[in-house]
Every structure is written in structure tokens, then in C-alpha cells.
Design a binder for this molecule. Structure first.
Ligand code: SF4
Length: 391
């Protein structure tokens, strides 16, 4: 079987070229062809020898997910539905703003965690995406957007970058697909590929605590937590992974993550700087009418997070068919934010984008037609996931 080169980061490519008896710098050359030039034809990689091009064509391929549809919202938000086989499709959303372009990337076809307010959770779970399918979403977006002059934007390094920020916040729990997600993020960070800074790459998790610690060690990027509740009883109902990793454990992991950025001593180790790119964690809090949006909830949230350097991102709920929840009124969102601000916290309200194409936060559903990996042993798999295993 041919190897998909989009599955390989710099280290993987270097190992491949070592096996082919080639020098390690070939990895950098090919990364640039793949991710900066968006090239899919080995014959056009003109700085490789003809013999190497032929050997690559015989043993490798370059294959990103196929685009099924690409609706565009009135506010300019784009959504791509990308096929990942067997009738399943994932969604990727691009949100253009004046000073940046943010791409929201999916990490799984569906999701097994079943957060109560999330359209993806209602779809069921099919499988983890491969590295090629994860980084392929950025590969696809850059190829499309680069041809559109309105998205011309120079990165901090002076290189054109229509996508300036990536958030791992689409379909799926990224830390339940740790290895593939980290490999994809390493490609995103690589100067020979997309050259994103760690501050502009955010991973959002519902809170798989051991994987947060692993992320801190292996690929520290900006961290966001889907918090959504100020106490365990409510969070157990909204974000079921909380039953395995309750708030006390989750907040301690957040503290360790931030401490790493500050160079604080970790678990008796000597003074060190692990390099987490931001000295705060972002807590996402979806505002659900009559569920988690009272003044008391806000006060409890302030008390809960008093020891963790953090910012709050309040997200007005975006409804989807059969959700059962209602968005909090604007006045209550404002009052909630005022309480956080009054306690000296930074709190913003996320502007809803792309809701007319179901591209807003919490609305991504893709297409999970093949749930065969979920039906026979769903309870067992959930148990395995809750015990920290990758699915
Ligand atoms: S919010 Fe995230 S973790 Fe929860 S069900 Fe949706 S995709 Fe999965």
C-alpha cells in the first residue's frame, strides 16, 4: 500500500528518506512542496532528482479529503464538507476577520463524548481522523483561499498566510485522537509547512486530564477548555467526561499547564520552562437559558477558577434540530459577563458567525452515516475512553 505523505511530519519524512537512502534535507524540501506549494504531482517537484521523483510516485501518494460541498454564509464564513469515506464527512469552518483568518478543524468523524448541547455529539462516533485528514483540512483551505484576493494576508514572517489562526475545535475530541492530532499540529507549526506560531494554534478539549498533561510535554499550544458549568453535578450532565475527570482534577491540570508557561517547578522537577505559549487558559462557557446562566452560576464560576490564570469566552448557544436547549437572552449573557468582569476577570462574548450555514460553534454535524464502530460496543468503548485510552 502506498504511504500518504500528508500523514508524515518532518521526522516521519526524514525517516522515509533515510529508508530511501536520501539525505535528511529532502524532508524539508518535500514539506515545502506539499504544504506551501500544495503540489500533488511528484513530477513537478523539480528540485528532487528524477530518480527520486519516480521512486516517490511508485511508493507514495498525496491525498487530502475530497470536498463534497462548500457553502458560504452571508457574513463571509465558509464551511467545507469533506468526505472521509464510507459515507462519512467532516466539517471545517473558516472565519475571516479584518486582521486574521481562523480555521476551525475537526479531529474525529463524529464524537463519542456526547456533550448534551453539541450537534456532533448527537451524530455518534465513527472513527479517529488520520493525520492526513486533519492537516488536509488546512491544506485544502489554504489552496482554496490563496486563489481569492480578499484573503491575501501576510504572516508575522512576511509570508502570505490566508489562515493566520487554527483552532482544534471542530468535530470530535482532539485529545481522544492524541497521536494523529499532535502530528498534524507539528506540521502546522513547522516553518517549512504552515509556520503557525504556538500562540495562534489553539486546542480545545472537554477535559481528558492525562492527555492535557501529555500535550504540555509533547506539543504545548494555546489551551481552551470546554467548561460550561461551575460545579460537578451540572457538568456531569452537560459534559459527561466530567464523571471521569471532575472539575478539581481538570483545574489542577490547567494550573500545571499554565505553570509550565511560567517556568514554575513541576512535580519536584528542577526549575524548567516547558514552553506553553500562553500564560492563561481560555474557559469556554456556552450560555444555556435557565441551565447554567444565573448570577449564582457566575459567582460560583469566579470562585471555582480563582487559582487558575484564565480568560472566559461566553458562547451564546447556537441551536440545532432537537437540541432541547435555548440560547440565553442577551441581557442575561451581559449580566453574567458583568459579574465576571466585576471580579477582575477577562470575559468576552463570542460573536456568532456562520449560523445560516450551520457553521457556528456547536452546530457542526458533518455526516456520520457509518456508526459501525460505535453500535456493538458503545458502552465498552466509552468505558475505555473514560479510562484514558484512545479510541
Ligand atoms: S463538545 Fe466536543 S467533546 Fe463534546 S460531544 Fe461535541 S465534539 Fe465531542
Amino acid at each position: 500500500m502506498k504511504i500518504n505523505l500528508l500523514d508524515l511530519d518532518a521526522q516521519g519524512l526524514a525517516e522515509l528518506f533515510a529508508e530511501l537512502g536520501e539525505r535528511p534535507f529532502r524532508a524539508r524540501q518535500v514539506l515545502r512542496w506539499l504544504h506551501q506549494a500544495g503540489e500533488t504531482n511528484f513530477a513537478r517537484m523539480t528540485d528532487l532528482s528524477k530518480g527520486l521523483r519516480e521512486r516517490l510516485a511508485a511508493s507514495a501518494l498525496i491525498e487530502a479529503p475530497n470536498c463534497v460541498s462548500q457553502p458560504r454564509a452571508q457574513d463571509g464564513t465558509r464551511k467545507w464538507l469533506l468526505s472521509v469515506g464510507r459515507g462519512n464527512a467532516i466539517e471545517t469552518v473558516f472565519i475571516p476577520e479584518e486582521n486574521r483568518g481562523t480555521l476551525c478543524i475537526s479531529s474525529q468523524a463524529g464524537c463519542a463524548l456526547e456533550c448534551a448541547f453539541c450537534a456532533t455529539g448527537r451524530q455518534g462516533f465513527n472513527r479517529n481522523l488520520s493525520t492526513a485528514e486533519i492537516v488536509g483540512q488546512l491544506w485544502w483551505a489554504v489552496r482554496v483561499l490563496s486563489s481569492e484576493p480578499q484573503h491575501a494576508r501576510l504572516g508575522e514572517d512576511g509570508v502570505p498566510r490566508p489562515v493566520s489562526n487554527v483552532v482544534m475545535m471542530g468535530m470530535g475530541e482532539p485529545l481522544a485522537n492524541f497521536d494523529n492530532v499532535v502530528r498534524a499540529m507539528r506540521i502546522m507549526l513547522d516553518d517549512h509547512a504552515y509556520g503557525l506560531s504556538r500562540r495562534r494554534l489553539t486546542l480545545s478539549t472537554s477535559g481528558i486530564v492525562p492527555a492535557i498533561d501529555r500535550l504540555r510535554e509533547e506539543c504545548p499550544v494555546a489551551l481552551a477548555i470546554s467548561l460550561h458549568a461551575p460545579n460537578d453535578a451540572l457538568r456531569d450532565a452537560l459534559v459527561p467526561i466530567n464523571r471521569k475527570y471532575p472539575l478539581r482534577q481538570l483545574l489542577a491540570a490547567c494550573q500545571r499547564y499554565v505553570d509550565a508557561s511560567l517556568g514554575v517547578e513541576i512535580a519536584g522537577a528542577k526549575w524548567q520552562r516547558k514552553g506553553a505559549p500562553r500564560d492563561f487558559v481560555t474557559f469556554e462557557y456556552i450560555m444555556l437559558d435557565g441551565v447554567n446562566d444565573s448570577a449564582q452560576h457566575a459567582l460560583d464560576l469566579v470562585a471555582l477558577t480563582r487559582d487558575v490564570p484564565c480568560k472566559f469566552n461566553l458562547i451564546p448557544f447556537n441551536s440545532f434540530p432537537g437540541s432541547g436547549f435555548v440560547r440565553s437572552p442577551d441581557s442575561r449573557v451581559r449580566a453574567f459577563r458583568e459579574i465576571l468582569l466585576g471580579a477582575g476577570r477577562v470575559a468576552t462574548v463570542r460573536k456568532t458567525r456562520g449560523d445560516d450555514i450551520d457553521g457556528a460553534c456547536g452546530q457542526l454535524a458533518g455526516r456520520v452515516q457509518d456508526r459501525r464502530t460505535r453500535r456493538p460496543g458503545r458502552a465498552l468503548r466509552r468505558e475505555r475512553l473514560l479510562s484514558g485510552e484512545q479510541l
